[in-house]
Write a protein that binds this ligand. Sequence first.
Ligand SMILES: [Zn+2]
Length: 299
Amino acid sequence: MLPLVYHTSYSFPLPANHRFPVGKYAALRSWLDQDLAGHPHRYFSAEPDPNYPRRWHEPAYVEGFLSQSLPTMMARRIGFPMSERLIERTLAANSGTLLTAELALQHGLALHLSGGYHHAHYAQGGGYCIFNDLAMAAQTLVAQGKVRRVLVFDCDVHQGDGTATMLAGHPDCISVSVHAERNYPARKPDSDLDVALPAGIADQAYLAAVEEALTLVLRLYQPDLVLYDAGVDIHADDELGYFNVSSQGLYQRDWLVLSRCLAAEIPVAAVIGGGYQRDLQKVVALHRLLFKAAADIAP
Ligand SMILES: [Zn+2]
């Protein structure tokens, strides 16, 4: 049985022409009924919980967001207009990644139809990220003693700057980012391992870099859990990407990461991460590949 985490709040209303493809979560959810027909799977939801970010993020920042009173510049960095629906969605999605990680520990593999808010730092958000679901889930499970060591393996095209700063000084929470060397964020604080790749990189070189990084860090850190950010903004058609990876290459990446972790008997929780195209169905088609890879691997 493949556990999937989703909440109806994920696709929330944004002004027309907002560049964030917010409808992709609901569209992905509806495609998966068809894609996973005949493959045993079950949906789970996490309820919004304001106490979860309160535990891991700076108090004034959390309360400012929850009361819609963040300073204008801080709200602008996030990139979304503040609203009750944004708060509900943010809280549900952050708890959803923790739930996905818990389900992965039980079932070996679990997938979140959201998540990957890797630009959120301790005291500020950025790049459509408010609270850092990956860093919070890693720290929570280590603090609860459910795992000894967690690896965040981030393959979104953008560097995981927030994860890097939030997990710095946490030797049991390892941050690894495989990303474009020239892209957002401009300042890239050190992860435990950063693999910065050149613009225009295509399937063969990209997959070799991912495989090399994954092989190295699984051997070096021997994590008890992998949180995998499967951002699809590495695709050639992505509007914020600049890589030249094909759909086949994207599927191969997801298949590689999931199957390598499972072959090493390390539970893996995947989040969908970034993906930016005006044509919603095109970006959703790319996110669907993660679920196809999981279904092809999971018995
Ligand atoms: Zn991204």
